[in-house]
Design a protein around this ligand. Sequence first.
Ligand SMILES: Cc1cc2nc3c(=O)[nH]c(=O)nc-3n(C[C@H](O)[C@H](O)[C@H](O)COP(=O)(O)OP(=O)(O)OC[C@H]3O[C@@H](n4cnc5c(N)ncnc54)[C@H](O)[C@@H]3O)c2cc1C
Length: 527
Amino acid sequence: MTRYQHKTIKISIKKCYKMNDDELMWWWTDDQKALFKEFDAFVEENREEAQIYAKKFELPLPLLDKLAAKGYFGAAIPKEYGGLGLGTTGCCIVSEQMSRLGYAGGIFVSSMIGGCRQLLKYGSEEQKQKWLPQIAEGKVKGAVCITEPYAGSDAANVQTTAVKDGNDWILNGKKRFISGGDIAGRFFVYAKTSDTPEDRKNYSHLSAFLVERGTPGFSLERVNQVIGLGMSSNVYLSFNDVRIPDENRVGALGKGWNIMMAGLNFERLINNTAMLGNVQDIIKLLFYYTRRRIQFNKTTSQIPRIQDLIAEILSMYRMGKVFNYNCAKQLDDGIEPTVDVSIAKWIPAEFLRDLTSRAIQVMGGDGVMSYYPVGGMLMGSKINEIAAGSTETQKMIIYRFSSRKFNEPFRMRWIDEINSAVVSKKDSRFKGLEINEENVLKVIAHDYKVNPALYMTPDDVREDIGGSRTDLLNIFSKLEEQKLIAVHRDRKGKISLVKASYEGLKKAFPDEYYRWFPSWTPDSVKF
Ligand SMILES: Cc1cc2nc3c(=O)[nH]c(=O)nc-3n(C[C@H](O)[C@H](O)[C@H](O)COP(=O)(O)OP(=O)(O)OC[C@H]3O[C@@H](n4cnc5c(N)ncnc54)[C@H](O)[C@@H]3O)c2cc1C
């Protein structure tokens, strides 16, 4: 190794040891890097006060006033409406840092995501002018109301109704699990405005409304105590003939589902980064703690298993972080990376749960004492697997969206020279043959040799031999009548998959055609 090379390695290792966030998220702008530092300083200055409120189970109102005075409630709001215009990345940075302030951070984050994005995208100019500056000033906190006692993951099953009465809407129903609902002044509510099966099928049965605290008939029904979140409020709300003007309807009638979906990617990222902020502090605590705890005459930080656990925690944290901020950047660039946001939600959520459990393990008994912040985090991180769409829901989204992208033919073709199948885009050996029962059966039976356990789609058969879809479907029906093929039908009764029956295999080719052995198979075992 030359001296020069040696120096380069030394420099890069030195750089790596800093492990700064702005190095990990190398695409952050200078403003975003500065923002991270600014909020970091704000948190360091106010953390003690925040913890005192939390330990005393007191609402941190003076702390919220401090946040408001700095204009931080306007993080998600563009400058022309009195906000800071920080974009998704900026809001994630703010949320990550603010979550370190415990309950005050929780209120701040739920207020920041409380329908702002939806209002910006779907609200009228008058609605934006009326609401956004108030939110930015921190005067009116926000809450999002989707979930109901009988509608959770199945969010389209909202039962709360909104019925038109002159120029007003009358809302009736209930919402539950609403974060920050006890202190919010503005509620972004999704209600059913149509009951027709057609609208339900097209997801055009919901509309979005803004309801103000103090509107007659609108009340707080109960306050939930969420394990691990201290005083973070989570409430049930009741709507009893709540009359609101049509000006409070956001977006077009029947577009509630689209509006709800439009804000979810943003909300999920904000929730995720909120969790990450706490992990940062836990990691610091673990380094601090293990260097001061002696067992078997050495600090626990010297025990390889403890080092392993901390290394695992740090890896999960940094992977979750980089993926989340990557999604945030995409949102800032005008892309809605729904699949990636769902991935960013469920994997780090599981990481975080495992990670906090490991952190407790590192600290032993102290880890489960409420004195240290780690045990409570375990429940807090578990909540991330449920709130803003459960892990199962994220996996459904990931599967459904990506099945469209990956639904491409993956065809295997039999190559006689090597006596095996390979993935190939070449035409099949049957291409161009006359489309008749005999040849179609051959195509299907040949596929038994290539994929012995799989059915073929009508399109697979068509790709192999050609012909029109209608002709092929007719031939399938005839072959089915003769019991030469078996078919699978979709819900509408159309043939969706076909395979050769044993009788069909026999009729298409001699037995010898289907036999296959790897070259090393001794003749003595063949029969
Ligand atoms: C702390 C907290 C804060 C929240 N804040 C808000 C808020 O501010 N506003 C708001 O509107 N809502 C809020 N929620 C509600 C949250 O979005 C819901 O809890 C979540 O969508 C899950 O609904 P559920 O709790 O009713 O569970 P359920 O829908 O009853 O689900 C129970 C379990 O079944 C699984 N499941 C359901 N359907 C399927 C399926 N088809 N396939 C596989 N598994 C399935 C779920 O994943 C879950 O594991 C909050 C929740 C919590 C815990």
